[in-house]
Write a protein that binds this ligand. Structure first.
Ligand code: BDE
Length: 147
């Protein structure tokens, strides 16, 4: 697969659209193993209108959502089959050990690193970390089911 994956590629893999598509680019991908995604956070994000009107901070739950979307790209491409095409939809079933380590603000570039901990045809467990430069902004373990 030719990297990076751009917006036009990502919308063929994920069903998410504005204002809920939260990964701009996939820069690294090892099928069945790990992926790196990027989101450039600007002051124009819809969610900054309300979170918070005088103090723009990216909602931590959306950082985890963006991390999960990066994991969704990894899982969906990993179960791609020459004959069958993409696997069925991916649904996230649980998230554990979620930590918000530092605020994410306009101008930050978020880098999501997602690693598969356990893979299968039905259940995927992934570890995700969201960085701004070298600072850990959030982390979580994500469990998704395919089908
Ligand atoms: C958020 C996530 C992880 N670590 C730190 C933070 C954080 O600094 N949140 N700050 C929220 C915040 C909200 C409003 Br309203 C406000 O006026 C200010 Br002064 C804040 O720091």
């Amino acid at each position: 697969m030719k990297l990076p994956l751009f917006y036009e590629d990502i919308i063929k893999i994920l069903p998410h659209r504005y204002p809920f598509l939260l990964v701009d680019r996939i820069t690294e991908l090892e099928l069945g193993k790990k992926a790196t995604g990027i989101k450039n956070v600007t002051v124009n994000e819809a969610f900054f209108q309300g979170h918070f009107p005088e103090k723009p901070i990216m909602p931590g739950v959306l950082i985890v959502e963006a991390m999960a979307q990066t994991g969704g790209v990894l899982a969906r491409l990993s179960v791609f089959d020459e004959k069958e095409g993409f696997g069925d939809s991916i649904y996230f079933m649980s998230m554990d050990k979620v930590k918000f380590r530092r605020p994410v603000v306009p101008g930050d570039q978020l880098i999501f690193r997602v690693e598969a901990l356990r893979t299968g045809s039905k259940v995927w467990k992934m570890a995700g970390k969201a960085f701004v430069l070298n600072d850990l902004a959030a982390e979580a373990e994500l469990v998704a089911t395919i089908g």
